[in-house]
Design a protein around this ligand. Structure first.
Ligand code: BGC
Length: 447
């Protein structure tokens, strides 16, 4: 069969600032909520693991771009640490921080690698958290002003911008369950944080339209929700789970409203939103980014806020983060986005898996057959969505490097490149060589 991937399909890899950069306070940067969270043993699950060094990408960026080039990457999705650019979150610009990202972008371009820049991948400046963070309605203006600084400096060299990475995780992890920064556990805060994130997204897109001449979009992590049975109770649970994770962000961004299940779920914690907020949130987008890792089978279960609980798939393979390997879900998700929101260009902005790799290279090699298989089947699932008429334009593997898996620390390795966290040496795994071949063949060679 011929390759379903168009010739200009963009093959790349993704990372995020706090997970790889290290040197979080270098050159005048302001601390982020992740700096605080990772240094607090009461909050961090992997106590002692912090982003202080991480992959030392802040010093090794040139070497890392050379590595991308050797692997044949055509695109690199990375995020900017807000506090490097604006140490207090607003106001004073730190030129040294801005210069770091400018050098990185120029180096990517010099190597024919297209930058995809994410403005927010979870590292809110601590100074803004002190003002309430995403609970403060001013956060929409803070974020748009921060965006303007980067648009002014880099638009043109950066042609694909992302406002937020995964607002669902920011809220569910950061404000409802507390597993991620800033570590709050509050049912009343969660809808407010979500709503302000979406207002911030809208405000940044609006700001981009004033001066930006290229493309801007939103990245969401979505999972297909399948009902465990045909019973009306399980079907309703499925709809709630879908509303909570998948539609809570896409409905307001694309349709200008929330799914009705949210008000039902959150009850008295669900505010009456000002109507004008939806005009701000719903901006024309140039693309959507879909991060896909797994699926979810759901049944009615009153012990959860959603009144929907997961059904474990005992027969299936799972990654070391406990996520079921389910490639068909990626096809289903991409088709679902098109059917629900129309024919907007899509990028798979993250997809990948943590597995137990050999801890150290043996004769310079790391064999990671499970990851190779994961990539093979998931890339094929993207091809299947394209065959079914979905306009998918690129695939960004998560992740370029083993890195800080947030509160789980360095124990979960998602990289196609192994990082020795003692010496910081990088060794491409078998999956990196596999992915290189996929890119070189334009997606035709998946064996
Ligand atoms: C995030 C990444 C994270 C990955 C694996 C996504 O939710 O954007 O930062 O490392 O999933 O958990």
């Amino acid at each position: 069969m011929t390759s379903p991937f168009p010739d200009d399909f963009l093959w790349g890899a993704a990372t995020a600032a706090y997970q790889i950069e290290g040197s979080p306070l270098a050159d005048g940067a302001g601390a982020s909520i992740w700096q605080r969270f990772s240094h607090d043993p009461r909050l961090m699950a992997a106590k002692g693991d912090t982003g202080d060094v991480a992959c030392d990408h802040y010093n090794r960026w040139k070497e890392d771009v050379a590595l991308m080039k050797r692997l044949g990457l055509q695109a690199y999705r990375f995020s900017v640490a807000w506090g490097r650019v604006l140490p207090e979150g607003t106001g004073r610009v730190n030129q040294a921080g801005l210069d770091f990202y400018e050098r990185l972008v120029d180096e990517l371009l010099a190597n024919d690698i297209e930058p995809l820049l994410t403005l927010y991948h979870w590292d809110l400046p601590a100074a803004l958290d002190d003002k309430g963070g995403w609970l403060n309605r001013d956060s929409a203006d803070w974020f748009a002003d921060y965006g303007r600084v980067l648009f002014d400096r880099l638009d043109g060299r950066v042609k694909k911008w992302v406002t937020l990475n995964e607002p669902w995780v920011v809220t569910d992890g950061g404000y409802l369950h507390g597993a991620l920064a800033p570590g709050h556990r509050n049912m009343f805060e969660a809808p407010i944080a979500s709503h302000n994130l979406m207002r911030a997204h809208g405000a940044a897109v609006k700001a981009y339209r004033e001066t930006g001449a290229h493309e801007i979009g939103l990245v969401v992590n979505i999972e297909p929700k399948y009902a465990a049975t045909d019973s009306p109770a399980d079907q309703a649970a499925r709809a709630r789970a879908e509303a909570y994770m998948n539609r809570q962000y896409l409905d307001p961004a694309m349709l200008g409203r929330y799914p009705p299940e949210l008000a039902e779920m959150f009850g008295e914690a669900w505010p009456d939103w000002p109507a004008e907020d939806f005009a701000l949130i719903r901006q024309r987008l140039d693309f959507l980014g879909v991060n896909y890792y797994t699926r979810n089978v759901t049944r009615a279960d009153d012990s959860f806020l959603l009144r929907a609980g997961p059904v474990e798939q005992k027969h299936a393979s799972h990654t070391t983060t406990g996520w079921e390997v389910f490639p068909q879900g990626l096809t289903d998700m991409l088709v679902w986005v098109k059917e629900s929101y129309g024919d907007i260009p899509l990028y798979v902005t993250e997809n990948g898996a943590a597995f137990y790799d050999p801890p150290q290279p043996i004769d310079g090699r790391i064999d990671d057959p499970l990851r190779v298989d994961y990539l093979k089947t998931h890339i094929a699932a993207v091809g299947e969505a394209i065959r079914r008429g979905v306009d998918v334009r690129g695939y960004m593997l998560w992740s370029l490097l083993d890195n800080l898996e947030w509160s789980l620390g360095y124990s979960k390795r998602f990289g196609m490149v192994h990082v020795d966290f003692e010496t910081l040496a990088r060794t491409p795994k078998a999956s990196a060589h596999f992915y290189s071949d996929v890119i070189a063949s334009g997606g035709a060679n998946l064996d």
